[in-house]
Design a protein around this ligand. Sequence first.
Ligand code: SF4
Length: 456
Amino acid sequence: MTLTEKILARASGKAHVEPGANVWVNVDVLMTHDVCGPGTIGVFKREFGKDAKVWDPRKVVIIPDHYIFTADSMSNRNVDILREFVREQGLPYFYDVIDDPNGHWQFDASRGQTKAQYGSRYTGVCHTTLPWKGHTRPGEILFGTDSHTCMAGAFNQFATGIGNTDAGFILGTGKLLIKVPETMRFFLEGAMQPGVMAKDVILHVIGDIGFDGATYRAMQWEGPGVYAMNMDDRMTIANMAIEAGGKNAMFPCDQKTLDYVRERTAENGTREDFEPVELDADQKFIYDKVFDLSKLEPTVACHPDPGQRRLAKEMSSVQLDRAYIGSCTGGKTSDFLAFAQVVKGRSVKIDTFGVPATTKVVRELKETQWDGQSVWNILESAGVRMTENASCAACLGGPVDTFGRLNKPMKCISATNRNFPGRMGNKESEVYLASPYTVAASALTGRVTDPREFVS
Ligand code: SF4
């Protein structure tokens, strides 16, 4: 069996499963956030009764992260609905925006968008919070009411996005009926050249198979190129499985995975008794292809979908209005460090926004010193508009006062993961997806730029 099949077999109490089989699986973690959480809670109450209790409070993780730093009162209210539910159910894993469990969240626009407006428990973007707080564990099943839940596949976990109805059902039962996907294998060999990042790998692959090329399939990553990658790189690749239509992403578990997970489960007091799945010799794939990482070049996914692949070096005639770095895919500390490497001592030429994925990233960028200066200051000195309010922000547009949102037709190069029309705000805008290196180089020149001009 493939890694995905092995996890689904174990979670459904079977010795063996085949692609296409429908199986009931026991859920290890259900995650929801401020956009889908209220709807999920509504389904749960409607179907199980207003006094119903969730199946296992320690398996529910609630992370407000999407429409947080906005004066939109309906969005603020969504965070309050989550808090009321957490209080009623006694849920331990709620990363609230404010510290008062009986309080109300209200964003204070008069204080501006860039200075922190959150309490001590707030974390930021859900998919980056889950591993940080020890909720992603090898061999387990994670469902989330968000399509990029597939990011946790980096940790040898079966993780996928679901709708509010399925999530409401899980809240009541801890189970879900799921069809076992076929598996595609992506075997990575060779080493990435300077200037090339994990983001280029996934953009290259999606360009190869198309933005629907993995529809309802598991995307399994193997090979020496995978083991050479750190966990951030694996997360970037796993995150974008859904941009090819994938049901989930799946990485093998190695010492890097174990070290990362053990450190965080111990730090945050989450479950430590997980059981990874190992590679079998007799796996059957619906697709199997080798990619030589040493041949890859900085890559861009052009408007209007993530499958529109071109090389950055062929796009220097595309003039830009904005650059953006942030999101679960591109707002990790390692992403900002790569970005800072390029802009250090230089000045951006176009409006450039930086939104850290989590409050931990904010802290790390402020604490990391290069030549006596924090990376945060290096970014601001280069002209990047940084906000301490870690969140999804303009990655998915959001209310009109969202930091970095495209409020009029413009061309934006972005380290995020999705570029369908209207994704970052205005429907007439064009979004170009690229690596943090490429976004940084392009911010410096005002046109799509191959970062190898700046990274040796
Ligand atoms: S950062 Fe973007 S892709 Fe990630 S969860 Fe938020 S909206 Fe979705």
